[in-house]
Design a protein around this ligand. Sequence first.
Ligand code: ASN
Ligand code: ZN
Ligand code: CA
Length: 333
Amino acid sequence: EWQAVQTGTGHTVYSGTVNLTTTQSGSTYNLTDGARGNHRTYNLNRGTSGTGTLFSGPDDVWGDGTPSNAESAGADAHYGAALTWDYYKNVHGRSGIRGDGAGAYSRVHYGNNYVNAFWSDSCFCMTYGDGSGNVNPLTSIDVAGHEMTHGLTSVTARLIYSGESGGLNEATSDIFGSTVEFYADNSSDVGDYLIGEEIDINGDGTPLRYMDKPSKDGRSKDYWYSGIGSIDVHYSSGPANHFFYLLSEGSGTKTINGVTYDSPTSDGLPVTGIGRAKAEKIWFRALTTKFTSTTNYAGARTGTLAAAGELYGTDSAEYKAVAHAWAGVNVGS
Ligand code: ASN
Ligand code: ZN
Ligand code: CA
């Protein structure tokens, strides 16, 4: 039986109508991305174990843009995985999560009213719930990038998922979830420094997290303090998310793609950003060549400074900006 790589059409819940790379096997089309290591997308149909069924059908059109069509969330997940693949390959030169060209897989429609998404090292896969009322699948671009990045972290720095290293693990996923969303340049889901603004996880339209001022979520910390390692990793991520925003965009007020940010610093001193394109290079290099399983905030400062020094020189404006951005979140000032 022959197989062919095809370009299908996805009518997603959050990202409009997009191209999806699929595989045709005889007269059946599958959500198997033949251009990206055969990354596959499965329908759990509200189950909570196994892989359910591979999305497949007689045509290469997936979903109708509404969450009630089971294929729609599958289209989002397949698209988000492809974008994340392309981002790491084209921006950072890494082919697949393990860097070996092999795809992973995604599972959608996990459980009933399940308001979360997660990466699992044991299946080496991403899983998405359908959200409250099963009408807000957690399949937006930034969430896909966030979860797939947990896979990257688990095969590189291996940051332990508790204490300060856990906060850095979470922040790494928020940072690259955000940069993947910018990379997508999708007019239905424009890039921002917010996490989960599409999925209405709070029921009032507000995002899950804010990188310019993490405390806007009511729980995350803006600045490092001794003892931050004992709070939940989704809140101790705050200073590192904030660092990345400051390094990219600088402190103060700024409007990007229609969203206005206002980023403070712990010492009140201004920070000048170096742009996201350089900041993401620094964080990726630090993650993949400097951080270890026990890296804490002080180590993240040292590691990102080392990465910036290698990329831009230790006398560079970029190197100095890394130090200033960390000082802005009360690390090593
Ligand atoms: N969505 C969450 C995360 O990726 C799930 C979890 O806490 N493991 O961090
Ligand atoms: Zn996470
Ligand atoms: Ca976002």
